[in-house]
Design a protein around this ligand. Sequence first.
Ligand code: SF4
Length: 363
Amino acid sequence: MNNSERIISFPHIGNYYVAIEFLIKNTLNMKSLTPPPITKKTLELGSKYSPDFVCVPFKYNLGNYIEALEKGANFLVQAGGGCRFGYYGEIQEQILRDLGYKFDFISILNTDDLNPLSVYGVFKSVNPSINFRKFVYYFELTLKMVGVIDKIEKYIRENIGFEVKDGSFEKLQKEFLKDLKKIKNFRELNAVHKKYNILFNEIKTNKPENPIRVGIVGELYTIMEPFSNYFIEKELAKKGMEVTRFITVTYLFRSHPKTKDLIKMAGKYLKYAIGADGTDSVARTKELAEAGYDGIIHVKPFGCTPEVNAMPMLQNISNDYKIPVLYFSFDSQTSETGIKTRLEAFNDMILMKREKEKCKKVI
Ligand code: SF4
């Protein structure tokens, strides 16, 4: 297949599809096809053809691929990564071939060291005529775009729970993503960032001085793909909570502490690295507990070993700092009602704890 016939597609993860599309379009000179937004059908398709034992990100990705192939994609990209996710690409490729699809497949970021040169090597193998200077320019621009998405979404997480008019943040976020898709260079990206910084700040909120603050820790895919965590940030916002999370693409590739530093941050709770994001979950839970957060939510796919490893330490932190930790384990059968009920109880517990602390101060 020559490059002009290739239609490249990739799995969804949050709103980063805008940046991935941008990078493909401007460096590989190939058509890209973003898979349809994730729905229950995506998960059903992925689960139907996945081995039972795999964790749920595998199933979501596979569902994305099938939907993209059905829409005409013929070149699939897998990101690869730490833990067993690094091996998932090959299995997904085989499953799709067994289903009779014809396509090319590449694992694009199978490195912890995301730098222009390593990614350039992979891109060059896809399109030998790629121009190095142009690639570096758009690669850096893409990383900056990801940074802008992360900054804007951080502001949203911290403030959407207090919007005066329902839906104002979501509406503006859609416009932001639409404008982001149109940018061509750093100047335009900076202008979009500036414009939406102002617009988001202008949205009226009634945030109290001491809002309820909740931190989310856990496995990266489940944290960053809202469909896979049943839109947990949105549910927390509805209860008037400020949400903090560290894991974003910018965090993973630009500001993620070294493992030895995370172990140090985790103090007496951890002596060794426990794989994938588990070490991070422990270190950050301790940090959030020390910062006086009201509660922690731990999210993971069912059977995610690194996060299962982290749970006993999270429980120790919860006991020592008297901070509630709510554990969610998601798979393709998770009940939405169950999630809502547990969040309701979590919220009540935090409110009661606050009330108790207020009474203590008065006495
Ligand atoms: S980190 Fe957890 S969910 Fe992700 S691939 Fe590894 S085991 Fe699966």
